[in-house]
Design a protein around this ligand. Structure first.
Ligand code: GDP
Ligand code: MG
Length: 318
């Protein structure tokens, strides 16, 4: 497959889709080609705001992304929507099933919507989404939204690849964390209480105060205190406020140098994660290791050698 890098960098959707297909491919030669492309476009990446969005099913993520995305397009932005959903056995995942909820957005030229990749080899689904994000940036997308449904470690992985991480909540003040894992709250740069409309308007305001108090106890970060907002994705209320908050974060973070520090840290962590996964793979695929492993397991089980000596023996084979 040949990919016209100029076309890609001019925002040609076909070129972008082809490059993403290489990133997501299971074939080694495709992946190698993808890495070459990524390296070549690297100088053109990084010029976006990366926003992560999570929340329980039904909270309104798809509706929010549709409304928010269309709002951003009105502001002159190009918007890419990606997903990390390790539960989807086939490429498809959360977004594809929800395309109906993002119907208008998916028809817009200024928007690019890509469903979650299916299970990836090294680095998993998140690795592919990170790479896809870079390709979208090279293609000129200003805002990258990464959605996750919160299966397994996916929220942590998404929080680790975005600049701003947001949790959508329901108007339900009494309901403690609404099924959101507690650790996720500590990662959140903002909680947004969606469905603040109709009869839920008061409850949403109450919920907002409730979380403001809870967050106050939870985290005191360097320059940014997590915010709580309310909005209605359906009625398109307060969407500008959400964007205003993210813009303010961006300005503050750049001023504080925290923006690029965070990205550097994320890149380093990403590299380390890959390094360890590659090492593990190399170990598992080493013929000598393969041969001696069962025997050493047995010796450890029988108390003939220590786990340390057995592990060391195998590592020394590399
Ligand atoms: N009243 C109200 N309903 C909403 C709002 N946003 C989404 N919904 C509804 O909530 C349901 C779930 O929304 P969806 O976007 O599919 O949630 P997701 O599972 O998080 O992607 C749908 O019936 C939406 O129409 C909102 O702001 N207000
Ligand atoms: Mg959805």
């Amino acid at each position: 497959m040949t990919i016209d890098l100029d076309q890609l960098q001019q925002g040609n959707r076909r070129a972008l889709a082809k490059a993403i297909t290489l990133v997501e491919s299971k074939l080694d030669n495709h992946r190698a080609q993808a890495q070459q492309i990524l390296e070549q476009v690297l100088p053109k990446t990084g010029n976006s705001i990366r926003i992560g969005i999570t929340g329980i099913p039904g909270v309104g993520k798809s509706t929010f992304i549709e409304t928010f995305g269309l709002y951003l397009i009105e502001q002159g932005k190009k918007v890419a929507v990606l997903a990390v959903d390790p539960s989807s056995p086939l490429a498809g995942g959360s977004i594809l099933g929800d395309k109906t909820r993002m119907e208008e957005l998916s028809r817009r030229n200024e928007a690019y919507i890509r469903p979650s990749p299916s299970e990836g080899a090294l680095g998993g689904v998140a690795q592919k989404t990170r790479e896809t994000m870079l390709l979208c940036e090279a293609a000129g997308y200003d805002v990258i939204i990464v959605e996750t449904v919160g299966v397994g470690q996916s929220e942590y992985e998404v929080a680790g690849m975005v600049d701003f991480f947001m949790v959508l909540m329901l108007p339900n003040a009494g309901d403690e964390l609404q099924g959101i894992k507690k650790g996720i709250m500590e990662l959140a740069d903002a909680l947004v209480v969606n469905k603040a409309d109709g009869e839920s308007l008061n409850l949403a305001a109450q919920t907002k105060r409730h979380y403001e108090n809870a967050l106050h106890l939870l985290r005191q970060s360097s320059f940014w205190s997590p915010q709580v907002l309310t909005c209605s994705a359906q009625e398109k209320n307060n969407i500008d406020t959400v964007w205003g908050m993210i813009s303010n974060y961006h300005i503050d973070a750049v001023k504080n140098n925290a923006f690029y520090e965070k990205r550097s840290r994320q890149n380093q962590e990403w590299m380390d994660k890959l390094l360890f996964e590659m090492l593990e793979l190399k170990l598992k695929q080493n013929p000598d290791v393969k041969q001696q492993l069962p025997d050493l397991h047995k010796k450890v089980v029988n108390g003939e050698t220590t786990p340390f000596i057995a592990a060391k023996t195998l590592i020394d084979l590399l």
